[in-house]
Design a protein around this ligand. Sequence first.
Ligand SMILES: [Zn+2]
Length: 244
Amino acid sequence: MSELEILLQLQDQDLELDRLRLEIDRIEERKQLSQAKSSIDLIDAKLDEISRFKKEFSKKLKELDTEIEKVSARISRLEDQIRSGQVPNVKDQVAVMHEMDQLSSVKNQAEENMLEIMESVEKLDLQARELESQKLPITNTVAELESQIQVKVQALEQEINSHLPNRESIYSTLTTALRSKYETLRGKLGGMAVAQILDGKCSGCHLTIPTTEKEKIIHSTGESISNCEQCGRMLIYLPQSGTE
Ligand SMILES: [Zn+2]
């Protein structure tokens, strides 16, 4: 077998390996998985926002609670003053009563605010529960898709591994120079470093090979390698594959 024929065999193996690796990347469930994951990210972002709001509300509630306590204490002290007769002067009594009224309205307003905030917190809790219940089935889907993908990846990797020993044994028979030429061309030319002459044309780029060049390749002993003038691929002629 000529070096070029060996290279062609290597290329067949490599193209099959490329195909299998591409198949791993393009497992159809990956798209669904990424959609499901973005849905979860979206839900998580909303849940985060809710949790931020709740923290703010909880801080606000504590502040209001402290304010109500302070105001209530002040009201009690003023009530005590009035009750115990510490404010004998009627004018002062009126002033104290006026302050108590003001404090009461401050307290009422704070209590109203607390109720409003607590209602908002309840709404947020409800939203969070709804989001969690939306998230649950998607999370299950993600787990299912991941395991489906894993099964496919494992099967494909197994197939890849089954090709490797054969590929390596073919590769090991090549000279270092040819290996590097093959790798370079393969990298540049979409995985195809070697092209056959089919119907007088390069199978890689379909350029018609000049007759003299073709004759040279057909009768070559394999010692020199010809490259396609247009695409640069190494040209090989296999008698059974041509029509001429
Ligand atoms: Zn070509």
